[in-house]
Design a protein around this ligand. Structure first.
Ligand code: NAD
Ligand code: TYD
Length: 366
């Protein structure tokens, strides 16, 4: 019998992989702040995207810190993963190389983490499933794979549903789709208890400044140019980070084994609309915006139906207006968090990604 069939499982010991990144750290902060006795181990490789400062609200609170542990290591390393999965009631895999532009520059790291890493986690869960069957632990761990709407590819019209074909178009989304297919294969072949979430474009405090909203916010605060790809009319569905993390927790508790759940924001906007909102709240001029060479293979639009998740009982709590205002104000007030990130490795990345683009850019019409 799977844990979902047994009713609503309560997971006391969570292994949160990639929990020092943007969404995983929000999940860890929010779960531990409930003070309900849940313990979290974060396993994170601390790549350029992993940041201990994202976990400071936990480590600076003695009660939460007592229920928290950070292990620095790679999800693709079985020797690191096996003992941690052995101690976990559930594994929530946020760990990934997550940025499309970096996947276009250097795809290999995406295959290692987003595909092989998922395989290593699944294998460790399979071992624990065997141990549970032999009576060496109460039940096998539940596995939740955090995936993305990008696996559906560009959606010109309508909304993606969970049983639509996966048509990824970037190395990032192809690697995430491959990770999903592996998860599904372990459910079908080994009867593993696993669920999937496909979140839409997420925004909020602590997001790495490589992504659109924090990049444009932090550049605009410093009166630097804002590199808008192509015509800027690409459309994304924006989801506030605490809602994304909350939906993942909800699927962990209530999701049916083997099922995928779309997590949309219900806030579709063009990139131009987003830039206008950011500049208006910061009181910065549109003249900062530069029209630059487009991203190769740029997906024009993502849009999903979240009705399956709604039927499971989840509703987002944060409106787009409130979430965006909170995000803008957080970045304006927390330059001590983002300024160190925009140095060192960042400078090399920034000049590879934007140097020639900005040199060949033109003024963006408003
Ligand atoms: P992020 O890049 O901010 O964080 C990723 C974290 O994973 C970092 O802390 C990094 O150090 C860690 N990591 C990378 N490789 C690792 C490895 N091999 N072993 C252990 N840790 C490793 O990413 P995010 O935006 O927080 O995204 C989290 C997850 O959500 C990803 O799986 C991503 O595909 C998915 N997702 C993100 C969005 C979005 O808009 N950001 C939307 C939908 C889905
Ligand atoms: P991004 O935050 O990279 O998320 P994703 O590609 O996963 O949707 O980009 C969001 C949108 O913003 C996407 O259409 C690409 C665009 N974009 C720019 O126009 N300029 C930029 O410098 C970046 C990073 C993104």
């Amino acid at each position: 019998m799977t844990s979902a069939q047994r009713g609503q499982p309560r997971f006391e010991r969570l292994l949160v992989t990639g929990g020092a990144g943007f969404i995983g750290s929000c999940f860890a902060r929010d779960v531990l702040a409930r003070r309900d006795g849940t313990h979290i181990t974060v396993l994170d490789k601390m790549t350029y995207a992993g940041n201990p400062a994202n976990l400071a609200p936990i480590t600076s609170d003695p009660e939460q810190a007592a229920r928290f542990r950070l292990v620095v290591g790679d999800i693709a390393d079985p020797a690191v993963v096996a003992p941690l999965v052995a101690q976990a009631d559930a594994v929530i895999n946020f760990a990934a190389e997550s940025h499309v532009d970096r996947s276009i520059l250097d795809p290999e790291a995406f295959l290692r983490t987003d595909v092989l890493g998922v395989h290593v986690l699944l294998e460790a869960c399979r071992v624990e499933q065997t141990r549970a069957a032999a009576g060496h632990r109460e039940r096998s761990p539940r596995f939740l794979q955090v995936s993305t709407d990008e696996v559906y590819g560009s959606v010109e019209t309508g909304e993606s549903r969970e049983d639509d074909r996966l048509e990824p178009r970037s190395p990032y989304s192809a690697a995430k789709a491959a990770g999903e297919l592996l998860v599904n294969s372990y459910v079908v072949t080994y009867g593993l208890d696993a669920v999937l979430t496909r979140g839409s474009n997420t925004y909020g405090p602590y997001q790495h400044p490589e992504k659109l909203i924090p990049l444009f916010l932090t550049n605009a605060i410093g009166d630097q140019q804002l590199p808008l790809y192509g015509d800027g009319l690409q459309r994304r569905d924006w989801l506030y980070v605490a809602d994304h993390a909350g939906a993942i927790g909800h699927v962990l508790e209530h999701g049916v084994t083997g099922q995928a759940y779309n997590v949309g924001g219900g806030n579709e906007r063009t990139n131009r609309e987003i830039v206008t909102l950011l500049l208006d709240r910061l009181g910065k001029p549109w003249s900062l915006v530069r029209q630059v060479e487009d991203r190769p293979g740029h997906d024009r639009r993502y849009a999903m139906s979240s009705s399956k998740l709604a039927a499971l009982g989840w509703q987002n709590k944060v409106t787009f207006e409130a979430g965006l205002a909170a995000t803008i104000d957080w970045f304006a007030a927390n330059d001590a968090w983002w300024r160190p990130i925009k140095s060192g490795e960042w400078e090399t990345y920034y000049s590879r990604q934007y140097g020639a683009r900005l040199a060949g850019s033109s003024k963006a019409s408003q």
